[in-house]
Design a protein around this ligand. Sequence first.
Ligand SMILES: Cc1ncc(COP(=O)(O)O)c(C=O)c1O
Length: 404
Amino acid sequence: MKIPTTPPSEYPTGKLKPNFFAALNERITELNSTGADIIRLDIGSPDLPPAPHIVEALTLAASRSDSHGYQSHRGTAALREAWGKTYQRLHGTHLDSETEILPLLGSKEGIFHLSLAMLTPEDAVLVPDPGYQTYAQGARFAGAEPFAVPLLPANDHLPDLSSIPAEVVQRAKILWLNYPNNPTSATAPLHYFTQAVDFCRRFDILLCHDAAYTQVTFNGYRAPSVLQAPGAIDVAVEFNTLSKSHNMAGWRSGVLAGKSETLTALLQLKSHADSGHFFAVHEASTAALNEDQTWIQARNAVYQERRDAVISALSEMGFAPQVPKASLYIWTPLPNSWDSNEFVLALLEAAHVSLAPGSIFGSHGEGFVRLSLTQPLERITEAMERIRSKLHILTTKEKDNVHY
Ligand SMILES: Cc1ncc(COP(=O)(O)O)c(C=O)c1O
């Protein structure tokens, strides 16, 4: 079985690439129906719950009789202020909560809609390769051209902005960055953000930084915000989310912070596309940001233990994974020039362990796989054992003889 990679001319909608995970889910459902126990290390949905005070805030607000109507597209003033205080606390950055903070229905919603709000068909959009797929998909949907900027190990997975052809830079309207990075787990120092801000100011490009993993960090590492870079507020916006930081992926609570004109453009589009969020989610998000944060450190220690287990098991098996300072992922090259899609499918069929193939994140992701840390340690340890037991099949060049 192979999950096909469809050329753009054959996308069913004419614009959107089919989602790999939708096809993968179908195969996993089939396997589950035969009684197979699949360990899923392919997606990054936190397995642990949010802190109890966040759930209590939701319950309390949901039980109010006046909490069920439509809400403002801008969220509540309390939520905007809570994000403002969070940026001050984490990054020492002052933001005007009226004009420089816009709550979102999860950051993915904002990332996709921002492309529709900002782009026209003549525009180019600079997207990291490998990178989170929504940057390029949003650009395509707006009719613009995503231009892949490679994230190479030799450059610490930071785009070399000077390598982008001048003609593309002239047409570029947005530069997407994402650190801590999905899928490579790389981090960016503040001085890189400063260079990116200068580049974007010089060429009149909007710098969009996706900070989804800023608060999933290990060994005391603190991830900077792009808004800490001097002058960033004039050229940059940052997407943030409670999905990973506070284990609230299903609650759909994110934010866009930074350059106010960009927030206004997105707000205008959103006023046509959605009707605000449930008041109880605003209240719970406010509690998540304002109240006790110490549990986040304890949660990160859990991920760190899982990270160490995966790194040591993969290293013993002869893989060469990078040890991440942050994010929910381990990114590792594959042995024997395996095609990443084929490897993932072979592993799923042979070991009932599901990983994400690097190729779905862009052509520079080929030859790598991504493992997610969002399963309990026992399941992760079992997954490593299963991989180890099938490694003789997976690492020999007899892959064409693997029956799946
Ligand atoms: C890099 C990156 N950005 C954004 C998102 C979307 O997060 P949200 O749940 O806030 O939509 C994800 C989700 O996996 C992600 O990996």
